[in-house]
Design a protein around this ligand. Structure first.
Ligand code: AMP
Length: 190
């Protein structure tokens, strides 16, 4: 493929982003790049990066822009990503990361930044229903508030550059997938 699909995806916890990323991989053959997964992998492997990242992640803080930008830049340069394109998940999380991403991509810009939108009360209900240990009412509220605080400015950043597309994440999973795939097809003209 000469012009592989290049995407960023955003969504609140509980919005179904993980599942929908899999659908993007199946439909378009893109590589799923999750910075959270990469960092957890580094922690598990006990690398230098993992050692640095662990305490920060445990505290629920963000790893520094320099570190995360370096990791993403290296990953984007790899052959598989160059050939098949990507969906970035969990990055960028700050305006500085968004700037760095656009610099790295240069002429081969992003096709779209997708906001998989599920309203706050619905994701809260979904997370309460799944009843995981860390899904206390307080924990859920804190993580969702942090997302809002962190991510809203980055969504605005993409909207200002006409790259933001919003996909309604409510409804049957298959319906959401259809909406997502058709939105991406039109953004990437494929
Ligand atoms: P996630 O699975 O995307 O929620 O990421 C888990 C943790 O990894 C976050 O709470 C951050 O500590 C760290 N992390 C992941 N992505 C980034 C990023 N783009 N910038 C800074 N820290 C990140």
């Amino acid at each position: 493929m000469t012009n592989p699909i290049r995407l960023v995806i955003f969504g609140r916890q509980g919005a179904g982003k993980g599942t929908q990323c899999l659908r993007l991989v199946e439909a378009f053959g893109v590589i799923h790049i999750s910075t959270g997964d990469m960092l957890r992998g580094a922690v598990a492997a006990g690398t230098e990066l993992g050692l640095q990242a662990k305490a920060i992640m445990d505290a629920g803080d963000l790893v520094s822009d320099d570190i995360i930008n370096g990791i993403v830049r290296e990953r984007l340069a790899m052959d598989d990503v160059q050939e098949h394109g990507f969906v970035l998940d969990g990055y960028p999380r700050t305006a500085a990361q968004a700037e760095a991403l656009v610099m790295v991509l240069g002429d081969h810009g992003l096709h779209a930044a997708v906001d998989l939108d599920v309203p706050l009360d619905e994701v809260t209900a979904r997370m309460k229903a799944r009843g995981r240990d860390d899904d206390t009412d307080e924990g859920i509220a804190r993580r969702l508030a942090l997302y809002e605080q962190e991510t809203r400015p980055v969504l605005t950043w993409f909207a200002e550059r006409d790259l933001l597309v919003t996909v309604d994440g409510l409804g049957e999973e298959a319906e959401v997938t259809e909406r997502l795939l058709s939105t991406v097809r039109s953004a990437a003209s494929v």
